[in-house]
Design a protein around this ligand. Structure first.
Ligand SMILES: [Cu+2]
Length: 146
């Protein structure tokens, strides 16, 4: 009987430890994210699937998804990335990654990437943005940590 409870308890603990929030977002040829807002639980693992659902060539319409640290504005960060030399092949210069919580690479048409990260322990709002040159004006959203 004790063993039975131990098994139940350990599988329960295991499922808590493995709680993963899955989020799917895509970007398209109209410079739009499919989601403007998503929610995660503080401290929980997040599996973010990002897809470039467009068909235009990557050099003209590549997309990435960059989640920023709390308090960093997507607009300001987009400008900063441009000044740091963001371009159509390297949209997220290393020198600005200090402001970043998680990011995907720049994806071409039909490409998908899954990134895993741990949600911040502190509830709050994190803006996200595509840093392909010029896209930050339209491709923005927020991740709410609850
Ligand atoms: Cu984009």
């Amino acid at each position: 009987m004790k063993l039975f409870f131990a098994v139940i308890l350990s599988s329960f603990v295991f499922s808590i430890l493995n709680a993963v929030t899955k989020v799917s977002i895509s970007g398209n040829d109209l410079m739009q994210f499919s989601l403007k807002e998503f929610e995660v639980k503080a401290g929980e693992e997040v599996e973010l699937e990002f897809k470039n659902a467009g068909s235009l060539p990557k050099i003209a319409m590549g997309h990435n998804l960059v989640i920023l640290k709390e308090g960093v504005s997507a607009i300001a960060f987009g400008g900063k990335a441009m000044q740091a030399g963001a371009n159509a092949t390297n949209a997220l210069p290393d020198s600005v990654k200090g402001d970043v919580l998680a990011f995907t690479k720049l994806l071409g048409p039909g490409e998908t990437e899954v990134v895993k990260f741990t949600a911040p322990k502190k509830p709050g709002i994190h803006q996200f943005v595509c840093t392909f040159p010029g896209h930050y004006a339209m491709m923005r959203g927020v991740m709410v940590v609850k």
